[in-house]
Design a protein around this ligand. Structure first.
Ligand code: ATP
Length: 134
């Protein structure tokens, strides 16, 4: 088995569906690289980039904002609250979200606002970095 089908799905619909040679994803306990034929597993994801290595050596990157990765030998499903391919990221929107989150974090209101702002900051930084190809 040289490739595995990868689906990335959000509540708004499917974002990515392709055959890949390897998936690199950031789980809450660290980065994992998954090859075709992997034993079944489920892991929660951090806000981060999912790297999809194609058989021809090229790579596609999708920004995901958490969720879960479910691995089966012939299929990998990623269910995320939101996900965007690099090309569909609105960079101006991400920069505005980053500035808003930074302002909120400077105010340091109650704990819940702080956590929300921190997550918004991470999502914005992730989108900017995926868009810029880092
Ligand atoms: P914002 O404050 O700009 O809405 P957010 O991090 O709160 O950012 P999310 O709640 O993660 O946004 O996503 C809401 C929807 O908007 C999702 O469908 C997501 O894919 C989309 N989205 C958010 N930011 C961007 C962006 N910079 N470019 C493209 N789509 C985006």
């Amino acid at each position: 088995m040289k490739t595995v089908t990868v689906n990335i799905v959000t509540p708004d619909g499917p974002v990515y569906d392709s055959e890949v040679a390897m998936v690199i994803a950031k789980t809450v306990s660290g980065e994992i690289g998954v090859l075709p034929g992997h034993i079944p597993m489920v892991a929660p994801l951090s806000i981060g980039a999912v790297k999809l290595k194609k058989e021809d050596g090229s790579q596609e990157v999708v920004a995901v904002s958490g969720g879960f990765i479910e691995v089966r030998p012939d299929k990998i499903s990623i269910l995320a609250p939101s996900a965007e391919e690099a090309a569909s990221i609105d960079i101006a929107r991400a920069k505005e979200a980053l500035a808003r989150a930074e302002q909120r974090l400077q105010k340091k209101q109650d704990d819940i606002d702080f956590k929300r702002a921190e997550l918004a900051l991470k999502r914005a930084i992730n989108r900017i970095s995926v868009h810029e190809g880092n």
